[in-house]
Design a protein around this ligand. Sequence first.
Ligand code: SAM
Length: 232
Amino acid sequence: LFIDHPLAQGQGIALSSDQAHYLSSVMRQEAGDEILLFNGRDGEWLARIARLAKRNGDVVPERQTAPQMDPPDLWLLFAPIKKARTDFIVEKAAEMGAARIVPVQTDFTNSERIRQDRLQAHAVEAAEQCGGTYVPEVTDLNPLSRLLDGWDGTRRILWADEAMVGPAETLAGLTKGPWAILIGPEGGFSESERARLSAMDCVTRISLGPRILRADTAAVAALALWQAELGD
Ligand code: SAM
């Protein structure tokens, strides 16, 4: 369970209403049961549920079971699409260990608005699900042009480009990052965006194979290839 509170032995923590509901009604837990906690800073802790009602309760950390893990130095930049598919991208990026998830507004972005708080909550759930000790940060929607204006070239961009076909341009042989994967919207990038990205030294174009993938599939495919090549 993710809990935004310092974790230390014997220091009881009050559960939020949602957390108490989740533990009591969804997980069917009760006072005396053990649970694992993490807060993104103090590693993973075994804790005991000291008190649990439907909408409140307390847990007490007993011992640390895993040290704090550092997230891999990978960001995912993607143009939000339909709500359910955007949720899917955030969930999978969190599962596959992206440290930062950046929704970008491009010339052909389908969605003008995102609910950053909801996407961040999806990232927390995904991190809980896969037993990580950190939670990726989901940022607000950033215009791509502004993001590129302020881009620090030491973090290189892997631009997934469907126009780039051929095995020589896959992720095989990629050197250690920091990297940011960039996935376009359903309509792809505009000509001016393509020209801008092509002119940047820190951008590497990559192919995900000869098929044109849906943006959510492309995000998962690129993350998986990155993991296979550079994940630890
Ligand atoms: N506008 C394009 C078209 O209709 O031909 C398709 C865009 S595709 C649906 C959405 C995004 O997924 C692209 O901008 C790209 O980042 C990524 N993508 C999809 N297939 C890809 C592939 N085979 N290789 C690299 N990137 C791919």
